[in-house]
Design a protein around this ligand. Structure first.
Ligand SMILES: Cc1cc2nc3c(=O)[nH]c(=O)nc-3n(C[C@H](O)[C@H](O)[C@H](O)COP(=O)(O)OP(=O)(O)OC[C@H]3O[C@@H](n4cnc5c(N)ncnc54)[C@H](O)[C@@H]3O)c2cc1C
Length: 478
């Protein structure tokens, strides 16, 4: 048994990064018994994944964390390119997408990852959950009833399911022998640091491209982080030299590639190195163990998708674990986690690698609003001859307004939702919210059963087949 924690739990979540925290929140609001363990003594510092994409904002809204996020986050500043100490042109990082009632959030927000984690942790605590810090998983064994995990100090925990949210170097993935194939997107190591910089405005993300005599050398960027005076330094580092992360070392890196003087770099609060890599785990599941977040996929930071894809994993998994644990759905529901998330992660990896090499823009695809699960066995579309661009089963359920309130206010929460649009078809009994609206441009016409994670599970012109679908997948209908 871990200090102050139970020896048994339904879901053992290993790792309190964004993935583990988001999953713990989703399970806590469902009342699912879960234990979140973290090897470090506190949440990780550092601004690392600072971009929250529009679809993630919707997820955070559902998890009850968006208001706090918005209070601390800021829109992305425009890029300011520099050359020879002179400001050049400005550039937008992301393509502008018009917000509509169906998609209210279209621009990403910037928030240092340490703050995102802090806010998720606060939300978890408000729901009665907590993180068991200072416990490192070192071994695990599975049988048909559960997973036995061992931690430093010989402590043991028995769980019905284990979720590996333990990051790119996942101990759990290694212990299970699950391969991860991928490649370096850039052979040069990168330096990332949070630092106080004087003499640069905070309205721009300052980018210093390589000069001609730095062939293959350094692009360096300094981005003002919201909620303080820090800038995030991101710099390609010539691999030949040892990377010096001290104040003096980072001053040397910055002054070598910008017009800034050493004493303008006043302090370094956190610094790390990494190699931009793209990699995908061969499997996302091994019997009672599920991989999520960076443990399952690694992205180049260029596309700003790693943290977002990780939170989407957690959001996809939470309701499925709960439904299987409560017996409302068959255990095969958990198979759909890998079926849905692995192809999605693969597509996002392609996108982030293309963005890294300047071959794709940061536009609709990086917003993740069009991401969905049409090919999933969980998506049943019974309306014939729908045009490709019409809303299908498997797609994200759009927001909208009805009777003075947002659809998301009904959709959000741990439940399924039964929605009809422009039809008075008789409905079976439902122990979940039922909403009948006369018209909605994006939905068109039909009966829609919307999953707890906000995707359309089943769609039809009539309810024929709805109850069978609902019974199989744990929706309280019929
Ligand atoms: C420079 C940089 C910039 C980035 N920019 C972006 C961006 O703009 N947008 C974006 O979406 N993403 C970005 N990312 C990626 C983002 O940081 C990761 O995708 C994200 O942290 C993944 O979250 P996670 O919870 O899966 O893993 P992590 O954040 O790595 O968390 C894993 C946790 O598990 C713990 N742990 C590990 N092993 C064990 C064990 N054996 N027992 C117990 N606990 C354990 C670790 O201590 C850690 O706290 C960036 C990353 C970097 C490095």
């Amino acid at each position: 048994m871990l200090v102050d924690t139970p020896a048994h739990t339904d879901v053992l979540i290993v790792g309190a990064g964004p993935t583990g925290l988001a999953l713990a929140i989703d399970l806590a609001r469902r009342g699912t018994d879960a234990l979140l363990v973290e090897r470090a003594p506190a949440l990780s510092p550092g601004s690392r994944g600072k971009g929250l994409q529009p679809r993630t904002l919707e997820v955070l809204e559902d998890l009850g964390a968006l208001e706090a996020v918005r209070a601390h986050a800021a829109p992305y500043p425009p890029l300011q390119l520099w050359n020879g100490g002179r400001p050049q042109r400005e550039q937008r990082m992301f393509d502008a997408i018009e917000p509509t009632q169906a998609q209210p959030y279209t621009q990403p927000l910037m928030l240092p990852q340490w703050r995102t984690q802090q806010l998720l942790h606060e939300r978890l605590r408000a729901l009665g959950g907590r993180v068991a810090f200072g416990h490192e998983l070192t071994a695990l064994a599975q049988d048909e009833h559960g997973v036995s995990a061992e931690f430093t100090g010989g402590h043991r925990v028995r769980a019905r399911y284990l979720v590996a949210a333990d990051g790119g170097r996942s101990t759990v993935r290694t212990l299970l022998g699950i391969g991860m194939s991928g490649q370096d997107v850039d052979p040069q190591p990168m330096v990332v640091a949070d630092m106080t910089v004087n003499g640069l405005d905070r309205e721009h993300w300052h980018v210093f491209p390589p000069t001609d005599d730095q062939a293959g050398g350094a692009t360096l960027a300094l981005c003002p982080l919201p909620g303080g005076q820090d800038f995030q330094l991101l710099a390609r580092h010539p691999g030949a030299r040892e990377i010096d992360l001290t104040l003096e070392g980072l001053r040397a890196t910055v002054t070598a590639h910008t017009h800034l003087h050493a004493d303008q770099i006043e302090a370094v609060h956190w610094a790390s190195t990494f190699r931009a890599r793209t990699a995908l785990a061969d499997r996302f599941r091994d019997r009672r163990v599920l991989l999520a977040g960076d443990a399952a996929h690694l992205h180049s930071p260029a596309g700003g998708q790693g943290l977002n894809t990780s939170i989407q994993d957690a959001y996809n998994l939470g309701w499925k674990l709960d439904a299987v644990l409560t017996g409302t759905a068959h255990t095969s529901l958990l198979d759909t986690y890998e079926e849905e998330r692995r192809p999605n992660a693969a597509a996002m990896l392609e996108l982030t690698t293309a963005v890294h090499h300047g071959k794709a823009r940061r536009g609709r695809a990086t917003a993740q609003l069009d991401l969905g699960y049409r090919q999933s066995p969980l998506s049943v579309e019974t309306r014939p001859d729908l045009p490709e661009d019409a809303l299908h089963a498997g797609d994200r359920a759009p927001d909208g307004h009805h009777a003075g309130t947002r659809l998301f206010h009904t959709l959000h929460g741990p439940h399924w939702t039964l929605l009809t649009v422009n039809t008075d078809t008789e409905l079976p009994d439902a122990a979940c919210p039922v909403l009948r609206i006369p018209t909605h441009q994006a939905y068109g016409t039909g009966v829609f059963l919307i999953r707890p994670d906000g995707y359309i599970g089943w769609a039809g012109h009539t309810t024929h087949g709805l109850t069978t679908y609902a019974t199989r997948h744990g929706a309280p209908i019929g």
